[in-house]
Design a protein around this ligand. Structure first.
Ligand code: ADP
Length: 574
């Protein structure tokens, strides 16, 4: 196990165990150092006491009985007694029989005897000359005699050994008993710290559910309390920030305007949904510069000097935006808002085109009328036949102007929704019959055959009858107008998915595919000159489209060159 990764309670346990072992070693060591000296001192003191007591006894004992007395005392006490005369001769010795005494060596030169003679008390340690073991000798000078008491020192070693063994045993026992206790204490003390460490790690990882154990009390308890309140505050803060972020993200996503944020270094940091869609951007754009992503010098200038500009982008589609750039607080970047005004621009263009078209359409007949009137007002007017022809032309163009103005008013009324449509169940068959009767003479002029193929039991549609009539007039009239003499025009109707589908089919020249999508536009004609000649305004199909849309229906055309055209209209059944 790596030491740096050692858990706290093991370190604590190690410290306690180390101190314990150190303490026990110190006890044992001091025992070793002091016990022998202490025991020796004690023995010496004992021997002194014995020597004094013996001195008393020696005084009362006759010289002839001294040796026997030493034997007796030795028996009782286990000590060795020697009685020595001042000249060094031995008067009694507990280790010798009476008859051996004359042969015993003179004791005067023994150190303890010397010391006793000098100071009254002598002490010496040395191996005995008789028994090979260290002896402690204490000699006392008393009444002209030296009383010497000795004890072998091997008892000291034995006692020391005995005590040391006992202490070592006790130490071992203490160790065995204390170590688990130390482990338990270490665990208990460090458990709250470990718990706090785990908790702090969890908090750092964003989990705020854990709580530190406050019951520990003291500094650790206070620390746990502080940690808990910190975690709670952090949780509230994080929750606030998260919801604020979600809020902001929601706003950004929901915005129809594109939002771009670049940092101080000009790198893209944020793009909202609308911006990504408008410019087909992915996360790849993040971290790139505005110029790299949008490739637009105008936008780049705006990022450098924030303000508002109208910018047209050609990629991925041709679009115009009002782009507003503002500095973020603290100069940490720029936020840019893109407001798509492409549609507004288109509408503006449509309006401009429309005004131009209307002016043009009005001017043509007006200048013709003006020309003829001027000729008629000439001082030399043309003859009556020519004048009449002129007047007829003026009439024709006046009518044209009238229809043009009528059509324009229709369109404008339909667009401004002034034309209140009166919806009621309307019979397609009878309305179509009426229109065919109205246009019969024009069909007859061109030998066009008009056929009606509408079942009598066709359900009625929900429509404004007058507008339905207008729709059918425009479509059938076109079919007669734009087909050569002797063509066939067929009007049919059938129910389809809750609607009635009306079809006006002719077998004329048809409409080229490139014109098909545009024939419903205002003033759009396939052949301008021909349309004018035939009295068309270019507004007929636009009016049809407006009316049908106001009825929640659909209108479309299918055509094949050389085979004819089929205009379809659907209207909801009543
Ligand atoms: P106009 O007043 O010119 O008829 P419309 O809006 O009614 O204007 O029609 C637009 C153009 O569509 C016409 O100019 C004509 O070229 C073409 N068109 C309409 N109906 C037919 C048809 N049945 N066959 C061929 N071309 C048609």
């Amino acid at each position: 196990m790596n030491t740096t990764r050692l858990s706290l309670h093991w370190k604590w346990f190690g410290a306690i165990a180390f101190l314990l072992i150190l303490f026990l070693l110190a006890i044992n060591l001091s025992l070793d150092l002091t016990l022998p000296a202490y025991l020796r001192q004690k023995i010496q003191a004992d021997l002194e006491r014995h020597a004094r007591l013996t001195a008393e006894l020696v005084r009362r004992t006759p010289a002839t009985e001294l040796n026997a007395a030493t034997h007796h005392w030795a028996e009782r006490t286990g000590l060795r007694f020697t009685i020595i005369a001042r000249d060094g001769s031995v008067l009694g010795e507990s280790g010798k029989a009476a008859d051996q005494l004359p042969h015993v060596e003179n004791h005067r030169n023994r150190p303890e005897v010397q010391a006793a003679l000098k100071t009254g008390l002598g002490v010496a340690t040395r191996p005995s000359d008789t028994v090979n073991v260290d002896l402690l000798y204490v000699a006392l000078a008393d009444a002209g005699r030296i009383i010497r008491v000795a004890q072998p020192l091997h008892e000291i070693a034995a006692t020391t050994r005995q005590i040391r063994r006992t202490v070592a045993g006790a130490s071992l026992l203490v160790t065995i008993l204390v170590l688990p206790l130390a482990y338990w204490v270490a665990r208990r003390t460090t458990a709250p710290i470990t718990a706090m460490r785990h908790m702090a790690a969890r908090v750092a990882a964003g989990h705020f559910t854990d709580r530190a154990p406050e019951h520990a009390g003291g500094e650790i308890g206070a620390l746990a309390g502080a940690l808990n309140s910190m975690s709670q505050q952090l949780e509230t803060r994080v929750a606030e920030l998260t919801s604020e972020k979600a809020h902001l993200a929601g706003i950004l996503t929901g915005m129809t305007e594109g939002v771009l944020v670049v940092d101080a270094a000009g790198k893209v940091r944020l793009m909202n949904h609308a911006l990504r869609q408008a410019f087909q951007l992915t996360d790849d754009a993040l971290g790139k510069t505005g110029l790299e992503v949008f490739r637009h010098a105008g936008l780049d200038e705006l990022l450098a000097t924030p303000g508002a500009r109208e910018l047209t982008f050609l990629h991925p589609t041709d679009r115009t935006f009002t782009v507003q750039a503002g500095n973020l607080t603290g100069g940490s970047g720029v936020v840019v808002v893109f407001h798509d005004i492409t549609r507004l621009k288109q509408l503006e263009n449509v309006r401009k085109d429309f005004v131009a078209n209307v002016s043009h359409e009005l001017r043509t007949p007006l200048s013709i009328i003006k020309g003829y009137i001027e000729t008629l007002l000439d001082p030399e007017p043309p003859d009556a036949t020519t004048s009449r022809q002129f007047l007829e032309t003026i009439q024709r163009h006046s009518r044209r102007l009238e229809t043009l103005i009528d059509d324009l008013l229709s369109i404008s009324a339909l667009e401004s929704q002034e034309a209140r449509l009166e919806f009621a169940p309307a019979a397609v068959r009878s309305t179509a019959t009426g229109v065919i009767e109205e246009l019969a003479h024009r069909a007859a002029e061109k030998q066009t055959t008009l056929t009606l193929d509408i079942p009598a039991d066709l359900p009625p549609v929900r429509a404004d009858v007058q507008r339905l009539h207008q729709v059918l007039v425009n479509l059938i009239d076109n079919a007669i107008k734009y087909t050569p003499a002797g063509s066939q025009v067929r009007v049919s109707a059938a129910p389809k998915n809750g609607f009635i589908e009306i079809c006006i089919a002719d077998n004329g020249p048809g409409i080229a595919p490139e014109h098909l999508p545009r024939v419903f536009e205002r003033f759009y004609r396939v052949d301008k000159a021909r349309s004018r000649e035939l009295g068309g305004t270019g507004l007929g199909l636009a009016i049809v489209k407006h009316i049908i849309q106001a009825h929640a229906g659909k209108v479309w055309v299918e055509s094949e060159m050389g085979k004819g055209s089929r205009f379809y209209v659907t209207l909801p059944t009543a």
